[in-house]
Design a protein around this ligand. Structure first.
Ligand SMILES: Nc1ncnc2c1ncn2[C@@H]1O[C@H](COP(=O)(O)OP(=O)(O)OP(=O)(O)O)[C@@H](O)[C@H]1O
Length: 662
């Protein structure tokens, strides 16, 4: 799904609004709501001042299409089936209050947050509006924040650095360094991170923050842009009960400062329950209870299901709302009970009053509907690029293994090449040795270019997915920043590699030829990395990217280099394909660079060991005819490939879109 595809919430945002007014209440069931797009800042409007203002979710259903059977069966109708994830649910989330959404696994909690934040993958019906504003993707990007279940943070940055870089990307371009620092200090205090502000985040290999502190950092990042709506998917998962309580208490404080804070949670302790202003219990995509937390027990008691003494009400009622699927009999029994609870809630005064309230708000929303002007003054492209490059550099500089492997991994291959080939001579056998050496020169840098991103790119990609979804920067800026940050390392490692291999094996001893060899190694190394990154935009698994990229390298080495088999004797189709490979051009450059103007000795001319190649040019005329005259063309093609791969990688990431991360 395209991140910028506003039409995915088409039920909210098309048309002119002509003819829709309060008399059209009968239209409450319709799918498309319209508004006039005028430029009003939310604070400036009296509608904003009203105590009834809230985030409203009205009659929302969410249906996804899931594939069944083998992957190829998805292309015909029979291979798919629809699943109703949320079925006609309504909520009124008051501003300034903390709401907990509970339910057993698969009850639709995360899906509800997905719908509110416009991150859905299926068909959504119903209305989501905040005061008089439709909650479109644009609106949510500007005024809402969604804290996902997983913390996607760079492990080598400190808390302060993480927040500082995020602030640079999030705050208006006009924000000064002092303002950014102030903002960062504020959220550090708000989330209770003062004592760990200068501690590294840490990762699986190197310990840093605790799980609870990482959650706080993730939330703090979202607070930087002062959202009005804060959604959190299981913020307490994996935390001990004390840490979970203190986190929820923080969230309650934030809500009471005037935000609508909604979090999903599995089974909170009683002291967490007391922190919620409102509680919603979902089951099978429907609502079992939604209302004030302190009225929940009396509601259930009223419908004949009192909470046993000493039981935690949330535990008890979430259990009551769960379906036991261990066997058919218990499934039938428990699902009957849950259906009864759902229908009782739908018939309850509590639900009817809330729906009545939302309908009233909907009429007012329809009358006053408008959208705030989306005029977030983003930082300039150059500023964003500088910030991204700087963050990548700092992150890499803190990771010794990654940093050293960027410089020395290719060099580790040098001894094998030198020991295997030894020092080149100028006899007939050295023709074969030279070809072997050129082949290594065209393969090793590419292969090393594959290995590095397989290990180092995935966490950066995850961070990009989150930040790009939050609208902080474009795909192009990310790929360019990545390219800029790896390029110096590629030049350095290629230079070390070529300096040793070139002089130790005794290739053509001219500085200009050494320069050409090095330049080709840099280009090949660069292309190997960027192609792999592009494939990782297509496939989530780094191992798949590794395999595909290695296969591309092996195949193009086979039929495009001319070093394993003469190009002239190959099938025409393979010859044509070879024109579309980097290997063809860089191999020609390497071979000409080494063989042109080279003389070979011929010990017994005309007798045994017939002298096939008296000079390197004879070899070139035989196997690479015309290559000497194509040096500029071939160089141009290699540079073109490098630039083309960057563009292609950006396109792949853009077209593939951002997966629905949780
Ligand atoms: N994009 C999707 N594709 C397939 N199934 C989906 C999708 N989104 C939601 N579902 C299904 O909808 C149901 C509700 O999922 P959801 O993630 O909202 O549940 P949840 O209550 O958050 O569960 P948990 O507590 O385990 O995270 C599940 O059965 C899930 O498999």
């Amino acid at each position: 799904m395209d991140e910028n595809d506003e039409s995915s919430r088409d039920y909210l945002d098309t048309g002119s609004g002509i003819g829709l007014d309060t008399e059209h209440l009968s239209l409450l069931g319709f799918r498309t709501i319209l508004w006039n797009c005028v430029t009003v800042e939310p604070e400036e409007d009296e509608y904003e001042q009203e105590a009834v203002s809230a985030l409203n979710v009205f009659n929302v259903s969410y249906v996804i299409t899931e594939r069944i059977g083998a992957w190829w069966s998805g292309c015909c109708f029979r291979g798919k089936r629809s699943k109703t994830v949320l079925d006609d649910v309504s909520f009124k989330f008051p501003i300034g209050e903390l709401t907990g959404i509970l339910g057993s696994s698969g009850s639709g909690k995360t899906s509800l947050l997905d719908v509110i934040s416009c991150r859905t993958e299926g068909e959504v019906r119903g209305h989501v509006f905040y005061k008089k504003y439709a909650c479109t993707k644009h609106f949510m990007k500007q005024f809402g924040s969604y804290v996902l279940q997983a913390d996607r943070l760079l492990p080598n940055l400190t808390v302060r650095e993480t927040l500082r870089y995020s602030a640079q990307l999030r705050l208006p371009g006009s924000a000064t360094s002092g303002e950014i620092d102030k903002k960062v200090a504020k959220v550090i205090n708000e989330m209770g991170l003062r004592t760990v502000a200068d501690t590294r985040i840490g990762g699986s290999m190197k310990r840093g923050l605790s799980g609870g502190e990482k959650r706080r950092v993730t939330i703090a990042i979202q607070l930087l842009q002062e959202p009005r709506i804060l959604l959190l998917d299981e913020p307490t998962s994996g935390l001990d009960s004390y840490t979970a309580r203190s986190l929820v208490s923080n969230l309650a404080d934030l809500a009471h400062q005037g935000k609508a804070v909604i979090l999903t949670i599995h089974q909170p302790r009683f002291d967490i329950y007391k922190l919620f202003d409102n509680v919603g219990i979902l089951s099978m995509g429907q609502v079992v209870y939604y209302g004030k937390s302190n009225e929940m027990v009396s509601y259930f008691t009223g419908i004949g299901d009192p909470c046993p003494q000493y039981a935690n009400p949330l535990d008890y009622y979430v259990d009551e709302a769960s379906v036991d699927r261990r066997n058919a009999e218990s499934e039938q029994k428990t699902s009957g009970r849950v259906k009864h609870l759902i229908s009782q809630y739908r018939e309850s005064k509590l639900h009817k009053d809330m729906v009545g309230d939302i309908e009233e708000s909907l009429i007012r929303y329809l009358d006053a509907r408008t959208q705030p002007e989306f005029k977030r003054r983003k930082p300039s492209y150059i500023y964003i690029l500088k910030c991204l490059v700087s963050r990548l550099m700092v992150n890499l500089s803190r990771e010794r293994t990654g940093y050293l492997s960027r410089i020395f991994m290719m060099v580790a291959f040098v001894p094998f090449i030198c020991i295997f080939l030894g020092r080149l001579k100028d006899n007939q056998q050295s023709v074969q040795d030279r070809i072997g050496l050129m082949y290594q020169g065209s393969q090793v840098p590419y292969f090393m270019g594959i290995l590095l991103p397989v290990a180092l790119f995935p966490p950066l990609r995850d961070l990009y997915y989150r930040e790009c979804r939050d609208g902080l920067y474009s795909t192009g800026a990310f790929i360019l920043a990545y390219t800029i940050h790896v390029f110096p390392f590629q030049v350095i490692s290629s230079l070390i590699f070529s300096s040793i291999v070139y002089w130790a094996t005794g290739m053509n001893p001219y500085l200009d030829r050494f320069g050409i060899y090095t330049a080709v190694v840099v280009i090949i190394h660069f292309c190997g990395e960027i192609v792999t990154v592009g494939i990782m935009g297509m496939f989530r698994s780094p191992h798949v990217a590794n395999s595909i990229s290695t296969m591309i390298l092996a195949c193009s080495g086979l039929f495009a280099s001319g070093m394993l088999r003469s190009l002239g004797s190959m099938l025409d189709i393979l010859k044509w394909i070879s024109w579309a490979t980097l290997q063809k051009y860089c191999s020609e450059i390497l071979v000409v660079n080494e063989f042109h103007n080279l003389n070979f000795t011929c010990p017994n001319p005309g007798k045994i060991n017939p002298c096939l190649f008296t000079t390197g040019d004879v070899y070139l005329d035989t196997f690479y005819p015309g290559a000497v005259d194509h040096m500029e063309r071939n160089f141009g093609a290699c540079v073109g490939f490098a630039v083309g791969y960057v563009v292609l990688t950006t396109l792949v990431f853009k077209l593939k879109g951002i997966p629905n991360l949780h």
